[in-house]
Design a binder for this molecule. Structure first.
Ligand code: PMP
Length: 434
């Protein structure tokens, strides 16, 4: 029997974050006073930003800023209600039509955030007798979407297709509907989903396929259309989810699928129906980003040029990048405190990158998650490399063969062979250029 006590007692006694603050290495909630995207001013000093998801660097593109202002001039600053009732703009519908074509689907629905898109899509579709097969590294919004749904979930080892097949064979017979759900690009390790195999298993075992392309939109495929396009399989996933909070320089999310599925979600998804619409400036921003992606291929080219350079250099120095294949390049550090201290030193040396610690990664596998942008200059990147090499040696992460070997076996143990495979030593995969 529980004993009644004060609900807020835990708030007074929980001190995990306070200990990190007291140690002077707290890396969260750093207030940004000014930003050009790839560089920011925090605590009075300019720093190179390698901790954002602004892959194409479009947040500061003059045409994008103008489009946001035009949308405000036409529609005002907010929709003041759900699209279902009073907040549906012609602009939202225009954006949906554009996104459906861009993503190669019949229909699209835009929601107020990416998180709500996963909550809405998954909770609307998964009924009591249905199952989701979910990659263990899937984003928290997928995990919450599964929890909110009436269905059950079965997890498989990260990007491990043999394990996916094993769990499907073991359990598929117990359920009515089934869906395989996975990130297209994994947000921490930066690796790409083995989508062709997911698609094959989906077909073979009568499972629908749902891809969260939050980090793939604007990044993979000839025009940034995402994972299916990267593998030259456009239109093959049953549902694609995307977010506008990364390459598309804004806020909001999208679900794209067949007309029937979108019609159903639109009338069933409570996070869509009971939450206010994406504001006009955000919708106008995304529409202009779509124009720019079509008309200015240099952003995607620069992004990959920068990502390739950084991956090559980090690997040459001896950092373990967990086999990243994308502009997200994690650097394996080891224990949480070392990662906090490393991030703090980076910050003091003018580089803004945040650590990723448990439970986001397995115990003892803390990372510095770095990510690159089209708008980083060679000067920015060379500066980051110089600081990283110096600190990497100071912290004994690189330049010490025994420690490098320890980190390699840690990576192999927790992230599998792909994290240390020779493939990981090669330059990151270039986008498929049709
Ligand atoms: N899915 C993935 C894979 C993500 O990384 C994120 C954001 N970090 C989301 C969904 C949620 O998107 P948003 O931030 O736009 O709500």
């Amino acid at each position: 029997m529980a004993t009644p006590n004060d609900l807020f007692e835990k708030c007074r006694t929980w001190d995990d974050a306070k200990k990190v603050q007291a140690a002077g290495v707290y890396p969260f909630f750093r207030p940004i006073a000014a930003t050009e995207g790839s560089r920011v001013v925090t605590h009075g000093k300019r720093r190179v930003m390698i901790g954002s998801n602004n892959y194409l660097g479009l947040t500061h593109h003059p045409r994008v800023r103008e489009a946001a202002k035009r949308a405000i001039d036409q529609y005002g600053t907010g929709c003041t209600g759900s699209r279902f009732l009073n907040g549906n703009l012609v602009l939202h519908e225009e954006l949906e039509a554009r996104l459906a074509v861009y993503l190669g689907k019949e229909s699209a629905l835009v929601l107020a955030t990416g998180f709500l898109s996963n909550l809405g899509g998954l909770s609307a579709l998964m009924g009591r007798n249905d199952v989701i097969y979910s990659d263990r590294e899937n984003h928290a919004s997928i995990v919450e979407g599964m929890r909110m749904s009436m269905g059950e979930s079965v997890r498989f080892r990260h990007n491990d297709m043999a394990d996916l097949e094993r769990v499907i064979k073991l359990t598929r017979g117990k359920y009515e509907g089934a869906m395989i759900v996975a990130d297209g690009v994994f947000s921490m390790s930066g690796d790409i989903l083995n989508y062709p195999e997911v698609h094959r298993l989906g077909k073979e075992h009568n499972c629908r396929v749902y891809v969260d392309d939050a980090h793939a939109l604007g990044v993979l495929g000839p025009k940034g259309q995402g994972t299916e396009f990267h593998f030259n399989m456009p239109g093959s996933a049953d549902i694609v989810m995307g977010t506008f909070s990364k390459s598309f320089a804004s806020l909001g999310g999208v679900l794209a699928a067949s007309e029937d599925v979108i019609h159903y979600i639109k009338h069933k998804a409570r996070p869509f129906i009971f939450s206010a619409a994406m504001p006009p400036a955000a919708a106008g921003t995304v529409l202009e980003c779509l124009n720019i992606v079509e008309e200015e291929p240099q952003h995607l080219e620069n992004l990959w040029k920068n990502a390739r350079k950084m991956a090559r250099e980090f690997r040459r120095m001896g950092f373990n990048t967990l086999g990243s294949e994308t502009p997200i390049i994690p650097l394996l550090i080891g224990d949480d405190l070392a990662a906090f201290a490393f991030s703090q030193k980076l910050y003091e040396n003018g580089v803004f990158a945040t650590p990723v610690v448990k439970p986001a990664v397995p115990d003892g596998c803390a990372l510095i998650r770095t990510s690159y942008m089209a708008t980083h200059t060679d000067e920015d990147l060379d500066y980051v490399l110089e600081v990283m090499e110096r600190l990497g040696k100071e912290f004994g992460i690189i330049g010490n063969s025994e420690r490098e070997e320890q980190l390699r076996s840690l990576a192999r143990h927790h992230f599998g062979e792909r994290a240390v495979a020779p493939r990981a030593a090669a330059p990151v995969t270039a986008p498929v250029t049709a």
